[in-house]
Design a protein around this ligand. Structure first.
Ligand SMILES: Cc1cc2nc3c(=O)[nH]c(=O)nc-3n(C[C@H](O)[C@H](O)[C@H](O)COP(=O)(O)OP(=O)(O)OC[C@H]3O[C@@H](n4cnc5c(N)ncnc54)[C@H](O)[C@@H]3O)c2cc1C
Length: 555
């Protein structure tokens, strides 16, 4: 069907309203304000900046630990402490090694896990607050709109098409059909977070790959309200060990927030070998450890969610500039995986992108050559210094935690160089061991169910994520060749999608005609794990109709 789309022209279009996108919008708006006050030419206006966000409202798709290093926010909003919704300053921290029943506190907290001077925050609340500052500057922020396709022009990008709304599950327009917009901009900024759907396409099409392929972890989080006195406000604990085996990269966290609220979760590298490993189950078991149980017992689950984390670091950075476009934040691999911190680096990258865009607009040159100033600014800033020191960190753990800790120690004393520099990495989905099974489906009835008090099955958890999608719309999880799922994957890997998805989206059913893949797309929490961890790379995650997805209130 040929669709007539309204075309809108902007100076700058930012796709994704996370810390990176909003940091970029706010800094650019400040620069434009000063430009106007100084009566400089050309004429620039904050009204020509557009921000698109696929969530129902700002922050609804934000999930983070979250301990924030305030360094970048202080540069962006110097008096942020007066108005930002900071939950609590960190008041104490510790690292623990867990065995099945034992808790071993490390005698000293390793430097990367020290958090003195940082804040425990809800990223959902912080992003809402940042968004308000951005809107006050006159920037156009559109929630419930996803960037669905990129508009390409020669060697670069010229904007996006937003998704068509009101299409039924068979692809036919409904009564409320509204075509998407063609949003054209001089500069389009990709700030989609980890595994951005547009970023993935642009990186492939324009050949922007970094030295290493990107590698990811999945983070699973719950918020609890607990009995008073169970954990100090501002106390942050990180754990290694049980229930993860030493060949699975990852660990847990428990943070004491204000009003007896606790943030807890687990991150697991999506490069484990056993295709039947279930990260959600591992996190549920983590809660049964005496160390965690005694904090949670008698408390109540408030929210659940899951999201991926880009671990690849400096050597997985894609080329972050092209004609008419920049990539920032997690989409540009700017997270510090050693500290599991990407909020401050995302904001900083957004600010550096804003400075680049401002200069490009003033010079009337938005070519790749002009926008190449952005990675140069990264090189000259503290961002490079911080990320360069951990450039080989994640790769060091390829052969398990013990060797990883040893290599990371050498990297620590050699400024990140370690024994090999650069250390190369493989995409995580290549790490699965084959199971070589017959063609029968694995019985799912014995899967982990939880006790309904401390531990939960995935559907109960999804309920607590506030996830909602219009059911009568095309499935946004495109399986490019379903015949692989019902045959090769059954035999080779036992359908890992049923295990790695933390929202029970993928289900294999036994039909008379043979195995069938059922996709419960309405459960999708937008973590993108399927796009990343599918062993055949045949799942393509695209944004559903804008406004669908989780509601990570308070996360
Ligand atoms: C479990 C977990 C724990 C973490 N803990 C910490 C921590 O303690 N401290 C810390 O500093 N960092 C932490 N991080 C990392 C931190 O949250 C990220 O680095 C940071 O949020 C990255 O910001 P961003 O703006 O690049 O991306 P995001 O925060 O992911 O924001 C991207 C936004 O873009 C939107 N979007 C994506 N695609 C589209 C599209 N096509 N159209 C429209 N909108 C789109 C998304 O809905 C989202 O709102 C953690 C991450 C996870 C997952």
């Amino acid at each position: 069907m040929s669709i007539e789309r309204e075309r809108v022209e902007a100076d700058v279009l930012i796709v994704g309203a996370g810390p990176a996108g909003l940091g970029c919008a706010l800094h650019l708006a400040n620069l434009i304000e000063r430009h106007k006050q100084a009566n400089k030419s050309p004429s620039l206006s904050t009204e020509n900046i557009y921000v698109l966000e696929k969530a129902r409202e700002l922050g609804a798709h934000q999930l983070s630990g979250a301990i924030m290093d305030p360094r970048a926010l202080r540069e962006l909003v110097p008096d942020f402490e007066k108005t930002a919704p900071l939950d609590t300053p960190v008041t104490g921290d510790a690292a623990y090694f867990l065995t099945e029943k034992g808790t071993h506190k490390l005698p000293i907290t390793p430097p990367p896990l020290r958090n003195h001077g940082n804040y425990v925050v809800s990223l959902n609340k912080l992003v809402k607050w940042l968004g308000e500052l951005v809107e006050k500057k006159g920037v156009n922020v559109f929630t419930q709109f996803a960037g669905r396709e990129l508009v390409y022009e020669e060697n670069g990008i010229a904007g996006v098409l937003t998704e068509d709304k009101g299409i039924d599950k068979n692809g036919k327009p409904k009564d409320n059909f509204t075509p998407g917009y063609e949003l054209r901009a001089k500069v389009t900024v990709l700030a989609e977070g980890p595994r951005g759907s547009l970023t993935k396409e642009a990186v492939n099409r324009l050949k922007l790959d970094g030295l290493n392929p990107q590698v990811y972890g999945i983070g699973i989080k719950e918020l609890w309200d607990v009995q008073p006195g169970r954990i100090d406000t501002g106390y942050v604990a990180h754990t290694l060990g049980w229930p993860l085996h030493s060949d699975v990269y990852g660990g847990g966290w428990v943070y004491g927030m204000s009003n007896n609220r606790v943030s807890l979760g687990m991150v697991v590298g999506l490069e484990y070998h056993n295709p039947l490993f279930d990260p959600h189950e591992a996190f549920q078991r983590f809660k049964t450890h005496p160390f965690v149980r005694k904090i949670l017992e008698g408390g109540k689950l408030v929210r659940y969610g899951a999201k991926t984390v880009p671990y690849g670091g400096w050597y997985a950075m894609p080329r972050s500039y092209m004609d008419g476009g920049l990539i920032i934040g997690d989409s540009a691999s700017l997270l510090n995986s050693q500290r599991l911190k990407g909020i401050h680096t995302a904001i900083k990258s957004g600010m550096l992108a804003a400075e680049t865009i401002y200069e490009a607009l003033c010079a009337g040159d938005i070519s790749a050559k002009a926008l190449a100033a952005y990675p140069k600014k990264i090189e000259q800033s503290w961002l490079k210094k911080e990320l360069w020191a951990v450039r080989n960190f994640h790769q060091a753990f390829h052969d398990g935690i013990w060797k990883g800790l040893f290599l990371a120690g050498i990297q620590f004393v050699t400024g990140g160089r370690g024994l090999t520099d650069p250390m190369r990495a493989e995409a995580g989905y290549k790490e699965y061991s084959k199971l070589n099974r017959d063609g029968t489906l694995i019985d799912q009835s014995t899967r982990f169910k939880g006790d309904g008090k401390l531990t939960f099955d995935r559907l109960t958890d999804v309920y607590h994520s506030g996830t909602r999608h219009e059911e009568d719309q095309p499935c946004h999880l495109h399986v490019l060749d379903p015949s692989i799922c019902v045959d090769r994957c059954v035999r080779e890997y036992g359908n890992p999608c049923q295990y790695f998805c933390p929202a029970a989206v993928y289900e294999m059913t036994a039909e008379k005609s043979g195995p069938k893949l059922k996709i419960n797309f309405a459960n999708c929490v937008h973590c993108k794990t399927c796009d990343i961890a599918d062993p055949y790379q045949i799942i393509n995650w695209v944004p559903p109709e804008g406004g669908g997805g989780p509601n990570y209130e308070g996360m």
